[in-house]
Design a protein around this ligand. Sequence first.
Ligand SMILES: C[S@@+](CC[C@H](N)C(=O)[O-])C[C@H]1O[C@@H](n2cnc3c(N)ncnc32)[C@H](O)[C@@H]1O
Length: 463
Amino acid sequence: MNPYDRVAYPNRPYPNTHPDHLAVVARLRGIDAAPVERARVLELGASEGGNLIPMALTLPRAEFTGIDLAAEPVERGRQVIRNLGLQNVRLLNIDLLDVDASFGKFDYVIAHGLYAWTPPKVRDKLLAIARENLNPAGVAFVSYNAYPGGHLRMLLREMMLYHAGGFEDPRERLEQARAVMQLVARGRPNADAFDAAVAAEAAEALARDDGSLYHDYLAENYEPAYFHQFIAHADRHGLQYLDEASVRDAANLKLSPEAVAVAAQAAGGDRIVEEQYLDLLRLRRFRQSLLCHAGAPVAARLQTERAVGMLAATSAAETAEGEFSHPNSVRIKTNHALTLMFLRRMIAGWPQEERVEADTAEMALQLFQNGMIELHTVPGVAVRAGEKPRASPLVRLQASRGDSSVSTLRHRALTIEGDPARRFIALLDGTRDRTTLAREMDCSREEIDARLESLARRAVLLA
Ligand SMILES: C[S@@+](CC[C@H](N)C(=O)[O-])C[C@H]1O[C@@H](n2cnc3c(N)ncnc32)[C@H](O)[C@@H]1O
């Protein structure tokens, strides 16, 4: 039986895989990536469509295909697609080894959480698809566990497998693996620095839900790659490195300027070598690399002028005069008048965007690289609450079936705490005004207003 049929894997939206985000990064790098409104998107290892279905909902004229070897997640995803009546997304229960030219060409190919967990033959085919089924200006997203940081997980994996690897039953396997991790996390009272680092990693593994621990740590295949190895593999398939999907990561904000300078010097102008040195210095463990066809004109740096005409938005808040805090934990402090005005306008307008102009492009790009704002190529669909508020049909479906996490219209996973919050969302079908909502929730109008404002800020409401 397929392991992903035996134990479900948590499957949700991954913002960095969204074609709009891929288009932003590609265009800033000089590649004229296809307009996302009508793009063809292929996701390999799409599981139950937790990433693909929210994209399809907000881009009704684009076309989405997801494939996965495991039957049960695919069936669960198809149920959601049927429920929402979506015509532009399909999930196929097939092996990616069977993808061929008959699938046609795609503008964006996504493989999230697949490369490091599959045998060499599948990994090879994954990159072959990223080449053969990709349009000339197409972008492929491939995430993978990377070395050197991946060694730490490998260390824990080997401990867990030594003890729990013989257990067939997934429940027992997980229980035994957790027992080992508990000892590693707490077993050495006089811990030195190395012990403490491993213990912290074990604590992180213990915090994982069953699906993540079972598949991310105990999977049959687990083979992280050094960045340079991954790029060499991509090169053998006629693909080149475009950029990292996590733009903030690419800015290397966690390294000292000296370390960044040394990496650049050691690389002597070779971008791949430089990135590899940076990975070594950062002890990097995960990458979300973007690839495009070898020979495509990738610019050496992000091009500021290409940000003009893009759409900027932020869900940040100004927590004190000139201090801004973003839900992704980024904080900045500024007294630069233009930046203050720009950020304040966007905060007031969220979830709507502001067009980037020539005079705001440089600032927008910098804030984008800091993780303080988003850039888009197409306007989002989320709005503030109207007279008869309506939540995204997907969010309503997820809330009514009791999910603890829902998929926002900005392609993020949002945790919903408690049954009343879920019941409230399920009521937001556009037929009830605030008075009716207050009556049905048995609460005040003020509470309804506050709940709606909070949902609107999280990009859950539709016009
Ligand atoms: C770790 S999960 C990642 C799922 C999803 N992409 C995510 O990140 O949430 C790997 C997925 O790849 C699928 N998979 C593994 N080998 C495959 C293959 N040869 N063809 C298609 N799907 C495959 C598994 O069934 C599983 O759903």
